[in-house]
Design a protein around this ligand. Structure first.
Ligand code: DGJ
Length: 512
């Protein structure tokens, strides 16, 4: 059975081997998968204790097609083999024509032939290191390579489904300019906006400037990048229809198109992307900014399931993970540079400051102190609670919270017979943030998974009663079944409080 996205009562869900799969994942560093020995020695062993079930790994066009028209998939085969040995599923990243707004992974023969494979240009005429998305010849080559890749994966993996999803390209767009000013692009920019886009978006006809005004340049780029990615994705999926998506470098400070990649699938360009690249099942955010929950809230909406291929890996990532699944039914959660989480924080080679500056990354996003323990615990809990989670998600009987900012002191959740006031513990360096999931198992009984927060139970408005805890257990879940630990009373029942390592409680309330 080929992995696919199915709609489960309105929730888009990845199915692998005919079962819902929650990808508890991590993306490895860009160059790690270029050598199988390196993977063996430095990556797989580091992933062992993280309770991951999948890993996100790049496939490099420059290594696949060193010689034009001759494909070498030995590295792909080796990676699939290693993943099986390590009991992991794989999400492949196709580093093809575009990676972080450049064409750094295209084969050398293509890079050198700038006449055939022309570059995008700035308004000054200066060429970028990015092949223009209007360059048909380049797109066809990428599509052929991607087609062969998917054919190969089908041949060796259709029975096992080790490879479960593919990201097509990476953080597409143009940096340093709002649009491509190559001759081909200048000509196309003066043409009418294509009919299908006009009708899909319900707009009136005209040139790009007439139709999109101030957003004309970015919209034009979004259309041509989306068109290219559709051609590439379709070519691959015709061979083997794995679920495919692409990812966005976020729109962020200093906010103008070209300071972040212009034409990438950021939220306000997604209607163009969706109308032009229907073979992609979602547009995924890469999140290094400090306001992660706001991005999760923004990138999950009807028709755009939440898939997080890259997210910060400091201690707070564990909190955001609970919220991504609890509130937004994420298909995948994956901190970037995951192989480092197992290492001594002082031993890791943090990306140099110039990388942080070039990629506009908040440096604290790479501070791994504490992350391994917090994240692996949350991954373990997600797997253990899966049957309960799948039963309750998307209903008012599962509610989730996370601390969203420095001035976010807590929240108030309403259930059938009780309301719950949740006070968030103050933010502490290298600790997770307040986060949790609360399941209303029946009207008096709650399963709670949380951290860094204190809960108070309240009657509904207007009820002249008090609420008390009549039974309070700590415990664990195994395959969705509750395994009780201590019964908590006396000193331990003074408050219902979660510490920094995520805990599970089963609580029964009554009114008197
Ligand atoms: C985002 C990119 O998508 C990743 O491949 C990587 O370059 C990180 N930024 C930074 O390390």
């Amino acid at each position: 059975m080929i992995p696919e996205i199915r709609n489960d009562n309105g929730i888009e869900t990845l199915y692998v081997n005919d079962k819902p799969f929650l990808a508890l994942s991590g993306e490895i560093h860009n160059s790690s998968a270029s050598n199988l020995d390196f993977m063996e020695k430095n990556v797989w062993s580091n992933l062992k204790d993280l309770n991951m079930n999948s890993v996100i790994i790049p496939i490099y066009w420059e290594q696949v097609e060193k010689k034009e028209g001759v494909y070498d998939f030995s590295l792909v085969e080796g990676l699939i083999h290693q993943a099986r040995q390590n009991h992991m599923k794989l999400i492949f990243l196709w580093f093809g024509l575009w990676k972080n707004a450049e064409s750094m992974y295209v084969p050398g023969w293509m890079k050198k032939d700038t006449a055939t494979y022309f570059r995008a240009k700035k308004v000054t005429g200066e060429p970028l290191n990015t092949i223009s998305p209007l360059c048909e010849a380049a797109i066809e080559k990428d599509a052929s390579a991607f087609r062969s890749l998917l054919r190969f994966i089908r041949e060796i993996d259709e029975q096992e489904s080790t490879v479960i999803t593919i990201q097509v390209e990476n953080e597409i767009g143009l940096l340093g300019t709002e649009r491509d000013y190559s001759n081909a692009a200048n000509e196309a920019f003066e043409q009418a906006v294509p009919e299908h886009l006009i009708s899909a978006l319900g707009l009136s006809c005209g040139t790009w400037k007439e139709v999109f005004g101030k957003e004309a340049e970015e919209s034009f780029m979004a259309y041509y990048f989306a068109k290219a990615v559709e051609q590439i994705t379709k070519a691959g999926r015709n061979e083997y229809p794995l679920p495919c998506y692409t990812n966005a470098w976020l729109k962020q400070y200093p906010w103008f198109a070209g300071s972040y990649p212009s034409g990438g699938p950021v939220v306000h360009m997604q209607s163009i992307w969706r109308a032009t690249a229907p073979s992609l099942f979602t547009f995924a955010p890469d999140i290094y900014v400090p306001y992660v929950p706001q991005i999760l809230d923004e990138y999950h909406y009807e028709g755009n399931p939440l898939f997080i291929p890259e997210v910060r890996k400091d201690a707070v990532t564990a909190s955001y993970c609970l919220y991504a699944f609890g509130k937004h039914h994420a298909i995948c959660y994956s901190p970037f540079g995951i192989e480092e989480l197992a290492m001594d924080p002082d031993a890791i080679d943090k990306p140099p400051m110039e990388v942080m500056v070039a990629l506009n990354i908040d440096p604290s996003a790479f501070d791994i102190e504490g992350s391994k323990a917090y994240l692996s615990r949350v991954y373990q809990l997600m797997e253990d609670m899966k049957p309960v989670y799948l039963k309750y998600r998307g209903t008012p009987k599962l509610q989730s919270y996370v601390r969203k900012s420095e001035t976010d002191y807590g929240t108030f959740l309403e259930f059938e017979k009780y309301d719950i006031q949740i006070a968030y513990s103050p933010r502490m360096p290298r600790k997770p943030l307040a986060a949790g999931m609360i399941y209303e198992l029946d009207s008096d009984k709650f399963l709670m998974i949380g951290m860094m927060s204190t809960l108070t139970f309240r009657p509904k408005a207007g009820e002249n009663v008090k609420v008390d805890v009549i039974h309070f257990e700590e415990g664990e879940l195994k395959d969705g079944e509750w395994i009780p630990g201590r019964t908590l009373n006396g000193d331990e029942k003074m408050s219902v409080r979660f510490g920094d390592i995520a805990q599970c409680y089963l609580i029964e309330l009554y009114k008197y």
